[in-house]
Write a protein that binds this ligand. Structure first.
Ligand SMILES: Cc1ncc(COP(=O)(O)O)c(C=O)c1O
Length: 331
């Protein structure tokens, strides 16, 4: 099969770029210095490559990702870096025959974990991103509560998501450092070995975390392209379905339902993107394009883009090598 045979819109992964990204990160953060975040790709076939590169612990965002990783034989050390109260999902993770660690940040999440069979937790600390996490000053008390319920407290996590996309490296460092002062303080109060934080944007700036939770680096997207030097391995293949020469635009068959749009429009070497609607992207071709032509677009945000699709098509230029199921979708 060749790329132009694929039904569109389709996710395309350049195998050589993916391999180079995985190798580069493994060189920078070898072994358990990196706990790859699987939410970026939701694909156990890809996670197997990260495992083969030496990273055996993984970060997950949903119980479904935890269960799917364990089923794929990738359950050496799974961290759910997220709060959950759902008894059935907690029980599904607790019943796995692999070590699962769950983030908690409140008496309620500690109680839910303890009541539904979870045995290991990390204390999730708010390091400046207004999302989950207890204030650093309150982390020790949550750890005490967890230990009193018989849970093993492995340490702390804190996600400095507000630092990741900052294009100015010095500012990214400063915001990271400010966040890690909070996490280091919490780590002292909590105890345990793990200080889990960071992402693709500051993987080489965060020196406080014992492990970095980067995920996007493997495939990348246009938002991170200006921030870190990994290759763009992921594109969305689309077909030109209409042209309007007088209007100076053409239309391709990808849109809001095949692209994560929270970081903006996709980009393409074929021209400037004007806008996306449900199933269309209108762009101004730099050179005339023909109806039926297949073009590649780089999504602005990899994680939600992948979550819309069933499969990743692994390619080498025009040759389709493999189809990988996006098998960790859902909650
Ligand atoms: C908890 C957590 N850790 C780490 C990351 C970093 O992921 P990425 O490398 O894709 O920026 C994220 C991304 O949102 C996250 O939510």
């Amino acid at each position: 099969m060749i790329v132009s045979d694929l039904p569109t819109p389709a996710l395309i992964v350049e195998r050589a770029d993916l391999s180079a990204n995985i190798a580069l990160m493994a060189e920078r953060l070898p072994g358990n210095r990196l706990r790859p975040h699987v939410k970026a790709h939701k694909c156990t076939a890809l996670a197997h490559l990260q495992d083969a590169a030496g990273h055996h612990g993984f970060t997950c965002a949903t119980p479904r990702e935890v269960v799917g990783m364990a089923a794929a034989g990738l359950g050496a050390d799974l961290l759910l870096a997220n709060e959950t109260l759902d008894p059935a999902r907690l029980r599904a993770m607790a019943d796995l025959e692999v070590p699962v660690t769950v983030a908690v940040d409140s008496p309620q999440t500690v109680a839910a974990a303890a009541e539904h069979g979870i045995t290991r937790v990390v204390i999730d600390v708010n390091v400046g991103l207004p999302r989950c996490g207890v204030d650093a000053a309150g982390a020790g008390a949550i750890a005490d509560l967890a230990r009193a319920r018989g849970l093993e407290v492995r340490g702390v996590m804190g996600y400095e998501g507000h630092a990741q996309p900052l294009p100015d490296r010095a500012l990214r460092q400063q915001v990271t450092d400010e966040a890690m002062v909070l996490l280091a303080k919490a780590a002292q109060d909590v105890g345990g070995d793990l200080v889990s934080a960071g992402g693709t944007g500051n993987h080489d700036l965060n020196t406080v975390a014992t492990e970095i939770q980067a995920g996007s680096y493997a495939l990348m997207d246009s938002q991170y392209a200006g921030v870190v030097g990994f290759a763009n391995a992921l594109t969305v293949l689309a077909t030109v379905v209409s042209t309007n020469a007088a209007g100076g635009y053409a239309v391709a068959d990808l849109g809001l339902k095949s692209l994560g749009m929270d970081h903006g429009n996709p980009t393409t070497a074929a021209g400037a993107v004007w806008f996306c609607s449900d199933e269309h992207t209108t762009f101004a071709p730099a050179e005339p394009v023909a109806i039926g032509e297949k073009l590649r677009f780089v999504p602005a945000h990899v994680d939600p883009t992948i979550a819309y699709h069933d499969a990743l098509w692994v390619v080498d230029g025009q040759d389709v090598l493999e189809r990988w199921e996006v098998d960790l979708r859902g909650w």
